[in-house]
Design a protein around this ligand. Structure first.
Ligand code: NAI
Ligand SMILES: O=C1O[C@H](COP(=O)(O)O)[C@@H](O)[C@H](O)[C@H]1O
Length: 296
């Protein structure tokens, strides 16, 4: 990709996992409503390529989109308990602004950070907790209808539908990545659901790298590592994107320690920039009381 890649929400957990893994491989344009400290910015990204802006600001987004070849759109409210006014503004309105600007600017590839919560409603009482265990064969593969379990999930389903619209109307390649649970160094500790949908940092960076390089039309894929425990299929991510995950939560104990002899190492990317997997020191949204703080 010769043109710049616009990364929205660059200062957050997912954005930093991507930049730590593939920060040296692209000509980045970084957008976040919070200023990014130098430690969060790859070498070579100039001030001119850093935008402090809200994604609902159409003018700023259009300006950041100039000459961009691809977009990774992460900015939004990530809380599963987020109230409607926040997801409406940050996740639905904001995503529409970013996608429309991308389509109108002729951007070729657009990767949208969707979520496991777009389909959380499939985790019914009769399926759980068996669903989270390695011997259970139930799989969601991205062809199922959205089935959100909360308003945050509704906002992600809306983003997926917006992606469909801008693909169909403008021919923009759109991939919606239903991200599982990103944690650094080890899977979520003592959390079956989290271990079933673990996404390691290096798999996260590799997956979004594939989103920037592969040829696709409109796709919904699951963004998880190659976990033995899983109820999301990796087939579409493998086939459509060439995703080839390296990590597996089964290589760690339930408490999150690497098992002896297992080839673990999914925590870090290539760069030695300061780790920043935790939510920002001064969170942009009030913390989510239901979200385990461990390792997130
Ligand atoms: N971390 C995870 O395990 C998962 C994350 N996701 C999605 O991935 C995306 C990124 O999530 P995280 O990095 O975990 O969240 P985060 O809260 O760590 O990062 C989000 C970033 O977006 C920025 N931002 C938020 N609203 C904005 C707005 N209106 N305009 C401009 N910037 C804004 C924030 O300042 C922050 O730097 C979100 O869309 C989230 O829903 C989906 C599933 C799992
Ligand atoms: O979409 C998201 O999902 C992950 C995993 O969900 P959880 O309900 O198992 O915590 C969550 O950690 C992340 O904050 C959220 O954006």
């Amino acid at each position: 990709m010769d043109e710049p890649v616009l990364l929205t929400g660059a200062g957050g957990r997912v954005g930093q996992a991507i930049l730590r893994g593939i920060g040296d491989d692209y000509d980045w344009r970084l957008l976040d409503r919070e200023p990014l400290p130098a430690a969060k910015v790859p070498d070579g990204v100039t001030d001119a390529d850093r935008y402090v802006a809200d994604i609902t600001d159409e003018r700023a987004v259009r300006e950041a989109m100039r000459d961009v070849g691809a977009v990774i759109h992460l900015a939004g409210d990530p809380r599963k308990t987020a109230p409607w006014d926040s997801v409406l503004r940050n996740n639905i309105d904001g995503t529409q602004v970013v996608m429309r600007a991308a389509a109108e600017a002729g951007v070729e590839r657009f990767a949208f950070a969707s979520s496991n919560h777009a389909v959380g409603g499939y985790e019914t009482d009769d399926r759980t907790p068996d669903l989270y265990r390695p011997d259970d064969g139930y799989r969601l593969d991205g062809t199922e209808l959205p089935r959100p379990g909360n308003l945050y999930g509704v906002s992600k389903a809306a983003g997926e539908a917006l992606g469909r619209l801008y693909h169909d109307e403008h021919g923009m390649s759109v991939v919606c990545v239903r991200i599982g649970n990103l944690t650094k160094d080890h899977p979520p500790r003592e959390y079956e659901r989290g271990q079933a949908m673990w996404l390691s940092h290096r798999d996260c960076a590799h997956l979004f790298d594939r989103c920037l390089r592969a040829d696709y039309g409109y796709e919904i894929v699951y963004g998880i590592s190659d976990n033995d425990r899983r109820y999301y299929s990796l087939e579409r991510a493998r086939e459509a994107l060439g995703y080839d995950p390296a990590d597996n939560s089964a290589d760690y104990t339930f408490e999150g320690e690497p098992k002896e002899g297992a080839a673990t190492g999914g925590g870090e990317g290539d760069s030695d920039r300061t780790a920043a997997d935790e939510p920002p020191a001064e969170p942009n949204f009030p913390s989510d009381p239901d979200t385990p703080t461990d390792g997130a």
